[in-house]
Write a new protein. Structure first.
Length: 219
C-alpha cells in the first residue's frame, strides 16, 4: 500500500516532535558549539600566556646579563605571581638563584631552588633544582640536610650520575670514604657517553685510593 504524503500532517508531526525533543537538541548544540569555541578560547589563552611569560623571561635574562639584579626581580616576580607553572618561570628561578649565589645571597638562592622543586615544570627542572640545592647546602656545611634533599626524590631518570656524584661529595665531606667510593663508582657506571666529566670522577676515586672501574679513560 502506497502512503500518501500529506505536507500538513508531516508538518504537525515535526512540530510535535520538536516540542518534545527540541530543548534537548538545542542544549546539545549549545554544549557542542560551546565546547568547540571554549576550547579554541582556552588554546588562545594558553598561547597568550606562553608569549607573555616568554617576554618576561627574556627581559629578565637580559637584565641579569647586564648585572641589573634588582631590576630583573620585577620581571621574575611577575612570572612567579602570574605564571608559576610555566617552564619559563622555572628557568627564570634557576637563573635568579645563580645570580643570588654570585651575590653571596645563598639563603635567597635556597628559597628559589625550593620554589622550583615544588612548582617546576617540566619535571626535569625540579630534579635539576634539587641537585643544585643539595650542592649549595653541601658547600655551606649542611651535609646531612644536603643528603636528605637528594634522597627525598627517587624519580631522577637521566640524572642518576649527577645525583650519585653529589652523594659521593657529601660522603667525602662527612669522612665516609667507603660510601663515597661506592657513590663515585655509581656515578661513573651511570654516566652516559658524552655527558658529565668522567676524568673528574676518576680523579675523585683515585684520591680516595680506589681502583678505576673497567672502561675508564685511557692514559
Amino acid at each position: 500500500m502506497v502512503e500518501i504524503y500529506d505536507p500538513k500532517e508531516q508538518g504537525e508531526v515535526v512540530k510535535k516532535w520538536l516540542s518534545e525533543n527540541g530543548s534537548a537538541i538545542v542544549m546539545g548544540l549549545v554544549i557542542a558549539f560551546g565546547g568547540l569555541f571554549g576550547f579554541k578560547q582556552w588554546q588562545s589563552w594558553q598561547e597568550s600566556n606562553r608569549q607573555q611569560a616568554s617576554a618576561e623571561f627574556e627581559v629578565m635574562a637580559e637584565l641579569l646579563a647586564e648585572g641589573q639584579l634588582d631590576a630583573a626581580m620585577s620581571n621574575f616576580q611577575n612570572l612567579q605571581d602570574n605564571y608559576s607553572r610555566s617552564p619559563y618561570t622555572s628557568m627564570a628561578a634557576l637563573q635568579m638563584a645563580r645570580a643570588r649565589l654570585d651575590g653571596n645571597q645563598a639563603d635567597l638562592a635556597i628559597g628559589l631552588y625550593e620554589f622550583v622543586m615544588e612548582n617546576g615544570y617540566p619535571k626535569a627542572l625540579a630534579v635539576i633544582a634539587r641537585a643544585r640545592l643539595a650542592r649549595v647546602l653541601l658547600e655551606h656545611g649542611s651535609t646531612n640536610e644536603a643528603l636528605a634533599v637528594l634522597q627525598a626524590e627517587s624519580n631522577i631518570t637521566g640524572f642518576e650520575s649527577r645525583y650519585a656524584e653529589i652523594r659521593g661529595d657529601i660522603y667525602q665531606a662527612q669522612g665516609n670514604v667507603d660510601e663515597s667510593i661506592v657513590a663515585y663508582q655509581e656515578a661513573l657506571d651511570t654516566l652516559e657517553a658524552g655527558e658529565g666529566d668522567r676524568a673528574t670522577l676518576e680523579l675523585k676515586l683515585e684520591s680516595l685510593g680506589a681502583d678505576i672501574p673497567d672502561g675508564g679513560s685511557e692514559s
